[in-house]
Design a protein around this ligand. Sequence first.
Ligand code: PAF
Length: 313
Amino acid sequence: MTARRVTTIAQMREVCAAERAAGRRIGLVPTMGALHEGHLANVRLAAEVADTVIVSVFVNPRQFDRSDDLSGYPRDLAGDEAQLADLGEASPAVVFAPHVTEVYPRDPAVTVTVTGLTDRLCGATRPGHFDGVATVVTKLFNMTAPDVAVFGRKDYQQLQVIRRLVADLDLPVEIVAAPTVREEDGVAMSSRNRRLGPEDREAARVLPRALRAAVEAAREQRAAGRRPSVEVLRRAVTDTLRTASAIQIDYVEVLDPETLAPPDSYGRGEDDETEQEQLLVALAAHVGPVRLIDNVVVGDAQDEARLAPHASE
Ligand code: PAF
């Protein structure tokens, strides 16, 4: 089914009002386009939890901290629409693709800032990024008033930021987290993967391997009757990443998956064991022209299983 393309906020509100009046539950999947199987999985998930699915396609300039990243960001609306049409029964009803001047008709005087959760990880290395994300997501929620919205776990910090935004501003939208979708060789799907040359793409395979090293290190520690130590997990990841010379590490962090702060009991010594059942292991690395992120929640059996070695490794 081909989705209807909507480009103005007024039109979007009309469509949503009609759907709501008909008693249909609205699901939003916010994207910046350049859709891949990861996005399509989010759309399928939205189709399971909502009656009318809207996919927004908007490359939000306010969340880019580098102009070359913004100008080089892949854009292919016709290709995106074709992929969505191929979803058959799970195809969205609407593709909301506003022009940048529709979303930002003037210099904005309002910015939505989520504090605390944005102190580390990409919040620390990409100043202003999450202000841009929180602001545009608030605007998209106001434009579509969805009952439910789907965000991927690959952007783990973004997911937590949105959850907190919704909780603190009492926004009436349910946030559903979609699992990370991986390529055959374990590399997490990302629109930025398109910009990797063959050698960089090969080098990128070290990212899931590094996360798996953390999962294995935690398992070994548990098998030895110990609780995982933040430093041991971090070292497992960095040592693995360093085996690929083409990779430049931006960060490797082991944090509390809820607060994104250092876990309880961390900081008392090199071999501190944490009492937390689950630990977020997150990394960002420059691979050739792009910066890639990935993560795993150690102690979350399903998340760990998705990192299991793939057939083509
Ligand atoms: O994850 C993304 O693609 C973007 O950050 C989002 C949520 C669509 C906001 O621009």
